[in-house]
Design a protein around this ligand. Structure first.
Ligand code: XMP
Length: 305
């Protein structure tokens, strides 16, 4: 990539040329890709950009509050409370690809409503280079690539970071002075906590996964993983007090990677793993067991579904 500063100048010019005097929408996810795309577009067209954040209920702990603060400078920001609608749509769904499809469809419904209401002609997306490669290879259905353009009749799609790798997007984020929490943030999948839950997504499992992810992110931070999280696998027997209980099994995953296409399981110190275990089981009575995933990618994927 060229210097971040000249990349930013060129990207802003290009967005202005593409969008002209029209309006554009962008779906903010809290991740670095859409945040950078939104910040570039906002620089380019100001309040004619309508950033839409859909709270799916499958987001990280504190995500919605973080979005509100980070993007407080964008007057046109819209936050959609869609948690209950997503959970209802996911009830009974156990197949990983079907989960992605249900989430993608619900997301499009929510977003389409806002885009239509806002009268936006252009769609800005935070698609990065590896997203395009994986989508072309059809490795999995990314809900942040494709889908939307077929449903909403946009005049054009604007993808300002389409040729960048993740580490380059982070460089641009730093140059844009996007807060450290955004620029240094580890990647988070579009379907959110749903791909960190094996089987049906329920409110209880989402709560366990969200808290586990928070603990793992905090405790692994000093080891600087590419991605680290907790996932809910199923149930197993444990002991709480004098009673045998059937509680959740939480898998802890912490990986090193450049772009997510391949990854290595991190060799975390035993003390770190034990601290994670004791916090997750201590903070949540329904967790019976914590295991560490030592599998690289390949053969495993990074996420669980
Ligand atoms: P996997 O699990 O396929 O993940 O090894 C590779 C990288 O992609 C992220 N990921 C997704 N991102 N929509 C996304 O936007 C998805 O459906 C999705 N599935 C996985 C994952 O977090 C990792 O960074």
């Amino acid at each position: 990539m060229v210097e971040p500063e000249s990349f930013i100048e060129d990207a802003i010019d290009e967005i202005r040329q593409q969008v002209g005097d029209e309006k554009a929408v962008i779906a903010l996810s809290g991740g670095v890709d859409s945040s950078v795309a939104a910040a570039l577009a906002y620089e380019a067209i100001g309040d004619r950009l309508i950033p839409v954040y859909v709270d799916t209920g499958l987001m990280r702990k504190g995500e919605t509050e973080g979005i509100r603060e980070t993007f407080a400078f964008m007057n046109s920001l819209r936050i959609i409370e869609a948690q209950d609608r997503f959970l209802a749509a996911l009830a009974g769904v156990t197949d990983p690809e079907e989960k992605r499809n249900v989430i993608g469809k619900q997301f499009i419904d929510e977003f389409e409503r806002e885009a239509t209401e806002a009268g936006a002609d252009y769609l800005v997306q935070g698609t990065i280079y590896p997203d395009r490669i994986e989508s072309e290879g059809n490795i999995k259905s990314h809900h942040n690539v494709g889908g939307l353009p077929e449903v909403v009749d946009f005049e054009g799609i604007v993808e300002p970071v389409r040729d960048l790798y993740k580490d380059e997007v982070r460089e641009v984020a730093r140059a844009l002075d996007l807060e450290e929490v955004v620029s240094e943030r580890m990647p988070f999948p579009g379907p959110g906590l749903a791909v960190r839950i094996v089987g049906e997504v329920t409110r209880e499992k989402v709560d366990v996964a969200r808290e586990a992810c928070h603990v793992v992110e905090e405790e692994t931070a000093e080891h600087d993983p590419w991605q680290a999280f907790g996932a809910v696998l199923g149930k197993a027997t444990g002991v709480k007090g004098d009673n045998r209980v059937h509680g959740w099994v939480v898998a802890v995953r912490s990986v090193e990677s450049r772009d997510g296409m391949t990854a290595r399981a991190q060799e975390l110190p035993w003390e770190t793993l034990q601290r994670i275990q004791s916090r997750i089981t201590g903070e949540n009575d329904t967790v019976a067991r914590v295991v560490y995933d030592v599998t690289h990618k390949p053969p495993a994927t990074i996420e669980y579904e």
